[in-house]
Design a protein around this ligand. Structure first.
Ligand SMILES: Cc1cc2nc3c(=O)[nH]c(=O)nc-3n(C[C@H](O)[C@H](O)[C@H](O)COP(=O)(O)OP(=O)(O)OC[C@H]3O[C@@H](n4cnc5c(N)ncnc54)[C@H](O)[C@@H]3O)c2cc1C
Length: 401
């Protein structure tokens, strides 16, 4: 645990790894480091309840499940999560099932990001882990020498956290990435010309597995959190507003985009959350600068189509945690020196898959008839070709770390 020396001048703390951001990346890293006897302090800008209120990812790769097991945080996931051995893909009047288990020998687990984050918070609290909520004005200093530190304000009191390393787990809008000098940072970005309108409803899912659907009206996804909680999305215009969509209008539009048999079975009800998410591909290189390591959404974003955001954050945590463990156990800097290259190699493959699947399943405003024919040809190839199915299944369940 970080030692705190508090005085009227401010808070002074010391730890091995200062972690900025208490989302899934920061919490998982903190818990895994704790299991290896390495101290960390998490600085989170919001409250615990605010973080848990964010409705986001829900499909976990086996790699993330294994990391949660290693962190001692997988009991509830195993009890309440749902193994999915495949998914349904539909285009126009045609649909087919992509079998993950048959093609790869593995599955994915449906378990909400909110629940996973709650489990990690509980584990950190049980282990007396140090998390400061509601921190403001976080700034990173002295990255290029052996004694970096983070300054912040907590409850109106100025704080300073001395450390060996800093993990920037503060998401796309955090401070960590922007602390890296522009001269060393290269950013790659693609913004898609549409968004996803999503609702959460206390209704049973329309199918046991996810349904990815594309039609002349655009993309739709039928997803779920559990047997009584469903998550549905439809492609919408980027300039759209959730307020423009009554629940009834949403359900009507969803029904027009999914296979008729499912549209007829769909149980509708009031939405308990409704929001629009933009779709973006983004990567920053490198993911390390001096003693700072970027992790998760702080370094990269994918459109949610391939369910890769949270899972790619987890693979970063894996590489960083292994590198830091090696450093503290042996003094070797090899793992941390290799971090950026190893993490980016996997990140770019997840970016490719998410871009490919997004390009295949959405209607683009400037799309020509030729472009549309290409999408249909590709879907028919995927429907009928075993090698194409295997390739997609391998990417969907997650490439090895
Ligand atoms: C609307 C939406 C829907 C999504 N849906 C899916 C999905 O269906 N499937 C999927 O795989 N992925 C999805 N994602 C992506 C997935 O949720 C993210 O990849 C995942 O949350 C990344 O975790 P993270 O910990 O790296 O970042 P975050 O979850 O963003 O956590 C970063 C944390 O840092 C904190 N922070 C920020 N700035 C500071 C600061 N200056 N000081 C201190 N703390 C700070 C934030 O409050 C936050 O708690 C979605 C993302 C969004 C935004």
């Amino acid at each position: 645990m970080g030692q705190i020396r508090s005085s009227y001048l401010g808070i002074c703390m010391r730890t091995n790894v200062a972690i900025i951001g208490g989302g899934p990346s920061g919490l998982l890293l903190s818990q895994l480091l704790h299991k290896s006897g390495i101290d960390s302090v998490v600085l989170e800008r919001k409250t615990r309840d605010y973080v848990l209120g964010r409705i986001r990812a829900g499909v976990l790769e086996q790699g993330l499940v294994s990391l949660l097991e290693e962190a001692g945080c997988a009991d509830r996931l195993h009890a309440e999560g749902f193994l999915h051995d495949g998914t349904l893909i539909s285009y126009g009047d045609t649909s087919f099932r992509l079998d993950f288990a048959e093609n790869t020998g593995t599955s994915v687990v449906v378990y909400g990001q909110t629940e996973l984050t709650r489990d990690l918070y509980d584990a950190r609290e049980k282990a007396d882990g140090k998390i400061l909520y509601n921190v403001e004005d976080v700034a990173i200093h002295d990255l290029e020498n052996d004694a970096p530190c983070v300054s912040f304000v907590h409850d109106g009191v100025q704080g300073k956290l001395d450390c060996d390393f800093i993990a920037g787990c503060d998401g796309f809008h955090g401070v960590s990435r922007k602390t890296m000098p522009e001269s060393v940072r290269k950013e790659y970005e693609k913004v898609y010309p549409f968004g996803w309108l999503g609702i959460l409803s206390e209704t049973p899912p329309v199918n046991d597995e996810l349904i990815y659907a594309t039609s002349d009206r655009g993309f739709a996804l039928c997803s779920m959190r559990n047997e009584t909680l469903s998550r549905y999305y439809i492609q919408c215009e980027m300039s759209d507003d959730p307020g423009n969509w009554s629940d009834e209008a949403f359900w009507d539009e969803l029904k027009r985009r999914i296979p008729e048999t499912f549209a007829e079975q769909l149980v509708t009800g009031p939405s308990i959350e409704k929001s629009i998410a933009p779709l973006r591909s983004f990567v920053t290189e490198p993911m390390r600068w001096g003693r700072l390591f970027l992790c998760g959404d702080a370094a990269h974003i994918v459109p949610p189509t391939g369910a890769k955001g949270l899972n790619t954050a987890a693979s970063d945590v894996h590489y960083l945690y292994r590198g830091l463990t090696e450093y503290y156990a042996t003094g070797s800097e090899k793992g941390i020196d290799d971090y950026s290259e190893k993490a980016l190699s996997r990140v770019w493959k997840a970016e490719r898959f998410s871009w490919w699947f997004s390009s295949l399943m959405h209607r683009f405003p400037d799309q020509s008839e030729f472009d549309h024919k290409m999408q249909i040809a590709e879907l028919e190839f995927l429907n009928s070709n075993r090698a194409a199915q295997k390739s997609m299944a391998e990417n969907y369940v997650g490439l090895p770390y």
